[in-house]
Design a protein. Structure first.
Length: 397
């Protein structure tokens, strides 16, 4: 593992009216260039031709010279070039069969953002100046950057609630492997309890969405009564709904960060189950609760934090019968309904369903670590390999 990890530090900032107007124009131009490049490559794909980044860059030059798209010259060229690189990255993932075909960006639904490289910004003495702007942006430094940090990329974004954020990508020498320990934990994700550990500890599900459900429902009813279009009252009602969603997401993310950091700090090996979250949210009765639990986000946090701090993350196959397997004698029961939270094995052992599942996950994960199973869990048949050591992509260059 490299001694220095690149990580993004995200801060909120408050632009002036001129800066907000400039950034809004930039967001629109970035979206336009992305869609034009995607359309050009899609047409070339239909002709069985391939258009790379260099050809897209030449197209961008021609677009700027046209009368119809001359407004692209009013903003910095760097975010536009970065949009072409994002199209190239999307097609690279598509050809590698790691993602679907790239989709066009929507003015109303897509993320409003622009990426600046070192040639388009200046960071000096705690002040950040972006291209085409005379004044530095007013950043709220909620936490300090690493000492001597020099950002390589700056990403400016605006969320649906109207909040402005800037993300600085830089090396963090403070991220170092933690001291090795013999502790290991199996983690069984759930809804009644967010996590159940093999040690018997049960972590309560905070249910952040449920806490604000009444406020959210009221705000959504008010939004539904507003006339469609671009009215001011409808925009205010939409931002009110977005602010409630942002509050829920912020609290959920903060809680997951604290929880995953504690687990990584206390354990050398963590074992989780490969859950099919995309299929679970298709269940109308459980979709809201599953989405609020944010199991996918929790797994992503565990993956990169284990990679940063020298910990092991093992992912057990989703077909592994962790709940039906007796952790003492190894007997597998035929079926256990979801409403049964305790069951007694033929050997006489009384099991708590979640604690038993966590213990079985830990045992399967440790076995996978010892035998050196494959890089990814088997998802095809129940009789396949039961667990695998997760190899997370390295975040450092």
């Amino acid at each position: 593992m490299a001694t220095h990890v690149k990580r993004a530090f995200k801060y909120r900032f408050y632009p002036t009216h001129a800066q907000a107007a400039e950034l809004s124009r930039t967001f629109g131009c970035v979206r336009k260039v992305y869609n034009l490049a995607l359309a050009a490559r899609t047409e070339a794909w239909a002709r069985q031709e391939r258009v790379g980044y260099n050809a897209s860059s030449a197209m961008l030059t021609a677009w700027k010279r046209s009368e119809e798209l001359a407004y692209l010259n009013e903003v910095s060229s760097v975010p536009l070039q970065q949009a072409l690189r994002h199209v190239q990255a999307a097609f690279t993932l598509f050809f590698a069969k790691r993602a679907g075909y790239p989709r066009f960006k929507s003015r109303k639904q897509s993320r409003r953002s622009a990426e600046y490289t070192t040639s388009a910004f200046r960071f000096r003495d705690g002040e950040l100046r972006l291209a085409k702007m005379a004044e530095p942006v007013a950043i709220v430094w909620s936490r300090p950057l690493p000492k001597g940090a020099s950002p390589s990329t700056v990403t400016v974004s605006q969320d649906a609630a109207g909040r402005w954020f800037v993300s600085l990508l830089c090396r963090d020498p403070g991220v170092q492997p933690l001291a090795a320990t013999n502790a290991a934990a199996g983690i069984d994700a759930g809804l009644t309890h967010l996590m159940t550990l093999s040690t018997g500890e049960k972590i309560t599900n905070p249910r952040h969405e449920r806490a604000d459900r009444a406020r959210l429902a009221k705000a959504q009813r008010e939004l539904s009564r507003k006339a469609g279009g671009k009215g001011t009252n409808r925009a205010k009602a939409r931002r009110k709904v977005a602010r409630i969603h942002a509050r829920i997401a912020d609290r959920r993310r903060d809680g997951l960060h604290k929880l995953t950091s504690r687990l990584v700090r206390e354990n050398q090996t963590l074992v989780i189950e490969d859950l099919a979250v995309r299929n679970m949210v298709k269940n109308r009765g459980l979709a809201r609760a599953v989405s609020d639990a944010a199991w996918r986000e929790m797994r992503a946090m565990l993956e990169y934090k284990c990679a940063w701090y020298g910990r092991n993350l093992v992912v057990v196959d989703r077909w592994f019968p962790s709940s039906r397997l007796c952790s003492r004698c190894g007997t597998v029961r035929a079926k256990i309904p979801l409403d049964v939270r305790e069951w007694t094995c033929d050997c006489g052992t009384v099991h708590d369903r979640d604690v038993n599942a966590a213990k079985n996950l830990l045992a399967a994960g440790l076995a996978a670590s010892v035998c050196g199973a494959g890089a990814r869990p088997q998802r095809s048949t129940p009789g396949g390999q039961s667990a695998s050591k997760q190899k997370t992509p390295r975040r450092e260059p």
